[in-house]
Design a protein around this ligand. Sequence first.
Ligand code: PMT
Length: 413
Amino acid sequence: MKERRILLVIGGGIAAYKCLDLIRRLREEGASLRAVLTRAATHFVTPLSVAALTNEKAFTDLFDLNDEHEIGHIRLSREADLIIIAPATADLLAKMAGGHADDLASTILLATDKPVLAAPAMNPRMWLNPATRRNVAQLEADGIRFVGPNTGEMAERDEAGPGRLAEVPEIIAAARKVLAEQRSVTPLRTGRPLAGRHVIVTSGPTHEPIDPVRYIANRSSGKQGHAIAKAAAAFGARVTLVAGPVMLPDPPGVRVVHIETAEQMLQAVETSLPADVAVFAAAVADWRLASAPDEKIKKTGRAPALDLVENPDILATIAKRGAQRPDLVIGFAAETGDVAASAASKRKAKGADWIVGNDVSPENGIFGGDSNSVHLVTEKGIEDWPSMSKDAVAERLMLRAAEYLRTRTAAAE
Ligand code: PMT
């Protein structure tokens, strides 16, 4: 935490009093703090006590001319290494999910380009309400990190369930983790190193029908593949994202082709060629039914025998594409055990230039999780990257791709 700058957004809830202890503990750890209180928060803690503990002015009002003159809400949102929202109320989460900016806290959260860690606290029924579930799912897809809520007794009598603010040490541990991941991010370089390039990315699972209502699938969420498409677009590339069925929104500025099966994914990739770079982050189902019936398979008391055939290998097909082969073909390898060695042999077997090996043992939570710990296997050897967010893996990989293309172009001239 030493020398890290934290902006604490305090929402209006009974748990707000705990943020005073949070401020004290963060400062003890060496962090510097600024705090913003929502109007509701000022009913639970006073700006005066927050200011005394942070040793900084406590900010409350979007239209405070003095504050805007001295620092401004954009600087407030950008000058932090991390924004922590504690307590994150149902209302604040709803505003964030909807992109509202009608007070200082929500404006800062919309304007920031820094990681945001939310520590929700609310009544259990509010937390379990479908509207809050939707908002939290949207925010997770947008990259907001969460700690808690914990389950237990509420301040209201006879109320118990999920909704208690995470304990201060839990919030600090989560903040430390997010900051550690940020440290390992390659600084986002200015400029558009992939401008003029076409990048194709596959992402998510495929669904292989068993009959009209059932299918074979896997646990890929699409987070890693979508992050790569987003990073490539941010670096100026024209991006085609071939996406299996996922719950994520389409990344802005990216052409998205939605498919369901491996055969459709192959066709979408082939028709999107030529490309400079192709990244195969999708978890393609290895098998499909030789022929899926048009009618739902009935239960007869005997389990049906499924006649499976192998799906086309999209990566291997594109890597052997002759004149239409992209200059840089990057595969992923979902492995357990000796990840780097298996990834290295997959690179050769599939004809990829690079393979990104990730250890998908269940305890690592890579499928569906927000972070990844990968080994990049290239013609030069194996690099072990530290654990970092999937966004950070994506940025680093796309910067490497840009560098590879630049060197290759320079050598050809
Ligand atoms: O989606 P997330 O929840 O964010 O999780 C990310 C991830 C774990 C899915 C991703 O990081 C990853 O590892 N993707 C590759 C998963 C996989 O299918 O690995 P594989 O070892 O089975 O395949 C190796 C490579 O061949 C992959 O690039 C895959 O896209 C490609 N492949 C595999 C089979 C096939 N029929 N066609 C292919 O193109």
